[in-house]
Design a protein around this ligand. Structure first.
Ligand SMILES: Cc1cc2nc3c(=O)[nH]c(=O)nc-3n(C[C@H](O)[C@H](O)[C@H](O)COP(=O)(O)OP(=O)(O)OC[C@H]3O[C@@H](n4cnc5c(N)ncnc54)[C@H](O)[C@@H]3O)c2cc1C
Length: 350
């Protein structure tokens, strides 16, 4: 079998790159073993503002401009709903936070994204003595539906191998990559935290931050917007809500924990004043990096080997942006922005 690309991984990063390949009529195969869960368990939120400090998210305008048509195109391709536009209300904990919000609305980069009014409505079941600020141009992508829908599409087109990619069987030559019965021009590794097992990119500075989310059923709560307080509360419909997420830098497993469930429930109770029941829990490892920027680019020794990783906690918005940049880099020889280029770090690559 001859293809233009082998892709390892089928998460948000890989799918965005596959879409670049599809739209440029390149042939490819994808390997995925479901060993990582990040894209499947993600809350799927996209929003252009850092809600802790009220600053603009890195390259937010550019990323949103690429992401919105990208998800619309995927909805058409897969015939499923993925993009749920969502109001996000930032709950203020104090007058100081209200003032910080007001100052942020004056910044040119943020004015399109932040409400200048403070919302003082008392929503039933929500304790909010200092009100809320609203973030515009935000939403939620159903990433779980995206991954399963996209895999189904790949299976229909006979280009998904539902198995572990065995690095030891990879032979890299100057002009081609050989893997078992497949000859390819290029290979792109998009394994999320799984890249830690990849001998070719083992030393890239990827940390991995475990995140857990609980799903709660709150029959007394009926809101259609997300609330950001010390945790996010995100409506799923029928009185079900996602609550998350935790950040754990030590545990690198995909197992859910009682401690995370208790921590999230405790934070939720600080502003949710109606009873709720935890009905589900999920965990995954975010592919985070020390400078909070992606890791994208060419292997220093193997010219047809690439990495697409480091999407951190914002894979929904970042994935179309980095996939586009990598494709242009490989096919059109365009320079990668230094902020995402894996070679901004001097790392050993075998
Ligand atoms: C709890 C939680 C909440 C989150 N919430 C949000 C959010 O609201 N908004 C947002 O934008 N982001 C969110 N994120 C982050 C987001 O999930 C990540 O940025 C993104 O999913 C990373 O995608 P990826 O494709 O790089 O990696 P992954 O999703 O980890 O995908 C990598 C894939 O590679 C496969 N793989 C690895 N090694 C191999 C191998 N050897 N052979 C075959 N297959 C292999 C894995 O099975 C996996 O399918 C959240 C993450 C977590 C954990």
């Amino acid at each position: 079998m001859n293809v233009d690309y082998i892709i390892v991984g089928c998460g948000l990063a890989s799918i965005a790159f596959c879409e670049q390949l599809r739209s440029h009529h390149k042939t490819f195969v994808v390997f995925d073993d479901t060993s990582q869960q990040s894209s499947i368990v993600a809350a799927g939120l996209y929003n252009p503002v850092t809600l802790k400090r009220f600053t603009e998210v890195w390259e937010a305008d550019t990323q949103l401009a690429l992401a919105m048509p990208y998800y619309a195109k995927l909805e058409q391709l897969l015939q499923i709903k993925l993009d749920y536009k969502l109001r996000i209300l930032r709950r203020f904990a104090s007058v100081e936070e209200q003032n910080l919000w007001y100052s942020a609305t004056d910044k040119p980069l943020l004015e399109a994204y932040l409400s200048t009014q403070i919302i003082k409505t008392n929503f039933e079941g929500i304790h909010s003595p200092f009100g809320f600020g609203e973030v515009f141009q935000a939403g939620r992508v159903d990433t779980s539906a995206l991954i399963s829908g996209y895999k189904k599409y790949l299976i229909q087109h006979e280009c998904l191998f539902d198995e572990r990619f065995q690095y030891e069987d990879l032979k890299a030559h100057n002009q081609s990559i050989n893997y078992k019965h497949i000859t390819s021009k290029n290979i792109v590794f998009a394994e999320g935290f799984g890249v830690k097992n990849n001998p070719f990119f083992q030393d890239i500075p990827l940390n991995g931050t475990k995140g857990e989310i609980i799903e709660v059923f709150a029959p007394g709560l009926n809101i259609e917007f997300a609330i950001k307080s010390s945790v996010f509360l995100i409506p799923l419909g029928n009185h079900h809500y996602n609550v998350g997420a935790t950040y754990n830098w030590n545990d690198k497993t995909n197992q859910t924990t009682q401690a995370a469930s208790e921590d999230l429930s405790k934070k939720l109770k600080q502003f949710l004043k109606v009873p709720f029941e935890v009905v589900a829990q999920k965990a995954g490892i975010r592919p985070t990096t020390k400078d909070r920027r992606p890791l994208v680019g060419r292997h220093s020794a193997h010219k047809n080997m690439f990495v697409l990783n480091g999407l951190g906690s914002r894979g929904v918005m970042i994935s179309p942006y980095v996939a586009h940049a990598l494709f242009k880099h490989i096919e059109d020889n365009q320079t990668l922005p230094n902020a995402i280029d894996v070679n901004r770090f001097s790392v050993r690559q075998v």
